[in-house]
Each structure stands twice: as structure tokens, then as C-alpha cells.
Unconditional design. Structure first.
Length: 307
């Protein structure tokens, strides 16, 4: 390796180095200091000619992120409530949204897979032309992106609710289905822990909302009736009666809900309560629909006379 030749200030003679340069100053400099025998340099640091070796120090490691920085980068927890009304929460705080964005989020939440843009536009803007509906959808999707949060996943031809959004309807539906299937966990066999109360988007009258509301209502009533049966088998009669009464409150003319309540009274040994419930239902059914109770409930109530 050739030895570098250094030029000193005019008042000094050129230095002859005993060994090549092996170190540099700072990581961002190109100046290299020459050594004399013994390891010292003479005068102010001389300028190095071509042939010198350029050595840089490694940059200092980046300091680890602080807790505040990590918190700032954390995504907010998003919750979408569709039961008892529409509401979007970010870390528990309501997020104001225009009605068009609310309708889009609700529609996507009611579909368990990505929906084609044309299908979404056609359902949300029924009375608009296809071009106008598509333009409205494009504008609404853009508005969702102005909220500072990723709430809609967009594809070239399909849309879906972001996986970061937690939906109360999805959790309530899953619990109800487990009750109907008989696969509910022991802690779920409790009326207080089941999110079944409240209608789905009660103030919305779009056709797609009405269909999903009725679907959820039917699932809830079946789940409440199954819960009443499970609690009766566990001899938790007070909770069983509450579950049956919740189903009756949802639909007073539903006979299967009345049978659930009568079964609770009979299992608890309250035949008089069972008879009163039967006569109350028979009168209501005749007044409202002009119908008589079915043979199933007649056979059920006949157990009272047989005792």
C-alpha cells in the first residue's frame, strides 16, 4: 500500500510517515490525521494527498423509542355499535360522522365478506342512476379516509369494513348462535352477560336494514328461549323466567316464548302461575289475531290438571 504524502503549512517541511493512516476523525468527515513515529502528529492537522485511506466510525445506534412514542404510534381501538342505534367509538370517545358514512359503515358491517362496489352503491342509493350512485360511493369512501382512522378496507372492485373495527352486532350474534347450538360456555349461560337487548338500528328504515333487523330479532328470540330452557335445567328459575319474559317482550304473540315461561313455572312447581300465563296468552291471541292456542301449549298446560 503506498504511503500518503502530506502537505504541511508553508513553514514546515513535508512529513514522512512511518506507517499508513488507519483511523479517521468523525464519521461524517474525510480528513485523516498522519502519525509520526511514536504516534504523535506535528502542528495542526495536515491535509492528506491522494492515496490516503478513509476510515469512518460507525454511526451511533438509534435510541429506543420511548413509551410516549409507542403510545403515539398505537392505533386507537375502534368500536362500531349498531344495537340500540349507530355509534362509532375510538378509545371510548364518539367519532362524529356524516350520515352517508354511517350508512356505508353499517351496510359493510352487516356483510361478513367484501362487497362489490356496484352492489354497495346500488343498495345505498336505490333511486339514483348507476353513474350517480357510483360517484356518491366514491365520495363517501373518500370521506371515511378523512377521519384520520382506517375504517374501510378498499380494493379495486370491493369494499369491506376494516378488521380493526370491533362490531357489537358480531359479538352478540356469535353468542346467540352458541346458545341456539347448545355450545355456549358456562359463563355465557347468564342473561346479564348476553348482549341481546336492543334492536338493530331501530331508527333506520332502509330495506336492507329492515331485513337484517328482522333476522337478528328472530335469532335473539330463539337464543332467549334456549337460554330459558338451559337455566331451567340448572334450576336457576328466576333467571330462566327473566329470559323467557325478555323473549315475550320482543314479541308478545310468540307462542314458543310463552311455552318457555310456562315450562319454568311448571318446573318450579307453580301451576297457578302457569295457568294464568296460559289464559293471558289465549285471550291476547284471540283479541289480536282471532286465533286459538296450538295443541302444543294445550298439551303443556294439561299437565297442571294431571297433577
Amino acid at each position: 500500500m503506498p504511503r500518503p504524502v502530506c502537505r504541511d503549512p508553508p513553514d514546515q517541511r513535508p512529513l514522512q510517515l512511518s506507517r499508513p493512516l488507519t483511523y479517521g476523525e468523525q464519521a461524517d468527515t474525510t480528513t485523516t490525521l498522519p502519525f509520526l513515529p511514536g504516534g504523535a502528529f506535528v502542528g495542526r492537522p495536515p491535509r492528506v494527498e491522494e492515496g490516503s485511506v478513509r476510515v469512518s466510525r460507525p454511526r451511533a445506534a438509534r435510541a429506543p423509542s420511548t413509551g410516549a412514542h409507542v403510545a403515539a404510534q398505537r392505533r386507537p381501538q375502534l368500536e362500531l355499535h349498531l344495537l340500540k342505534g349507530f355509534e362509532l367509538l375510538a378509545d371510548g370517545d364518539p367519532v362524529p360522522l356524516p350520515l352517508s358514512v354511517q350508512r356505508l359503515l353499517a351496510f359493510l358491517a352487516l356483510h361478513d365478506r367484501p362487497a362489490q362496489r356496484s352492489y354497495v352503491a346500488g343498495n345505498l342509493w336505490l333511486h339514483a342512476s348507476e353513474e350517480r350512485a357510483v360517484a356518491n360511493l366514491r365520495s363517501t369512501v373518500w370521506r371515511t379516509q378523512q377521519c384520520g382512522r382506517r375504517i374501510v378496507s378498499t380494493g379495486r372492485s370491493a369494499l369491506a369494513l376494516s378488521v380493526d373495527v370491533r362490531v357489537d352486532l358480531h359479538e352478540a350474534t356469535a353468542q346467540a348462535r352458541r346458545l341456539v347450538a347448545g355450545s355456549a360456555e358456562p359463563e355465557e349461560i347468564n342473561l346479564d352477560r348476553i348482549a341481546l337487548a336492543g334492536d338493530l338500528l331501530p331508527d333506520w328504515y332502509d330495506d336492507w336494514a329492515l331485513v337484517e333487523r328482522e333476522r337478528y330479532r328472530q335469532l335473539c328470540m330463539h337464543a332467549l328461549e334456549c337460554l330459558a330452557v338451559r337455566l331451567t335445567g340448572l334450576e336457576r328459575f328466576g333467571e330462566a323466567a327473566d329470559a323467557a319474559l325478555a323473549a315475550i317482550a320482543t314479541d308478545p304473540l310468540r307462542e314458543s316464548a310463552r311455552r318457555s315461561l310456562i315450562a319454568v313455572h311448571l318446573a318450579e312447581g307453580n301451576g297457578s302461575d302457569a295457568l294464568r300465563e296460559y289464559h293471558r296468552f289465549r285471550k291476547l291471541l284471540r283479541t289480536e289475531l282471532g286465533l286459538a292456542p296450538s295443541a302444543q301449549i294445550e298439551a303443556q298446560i294439561s299437565e297442571v290438571g294431571a297433577r
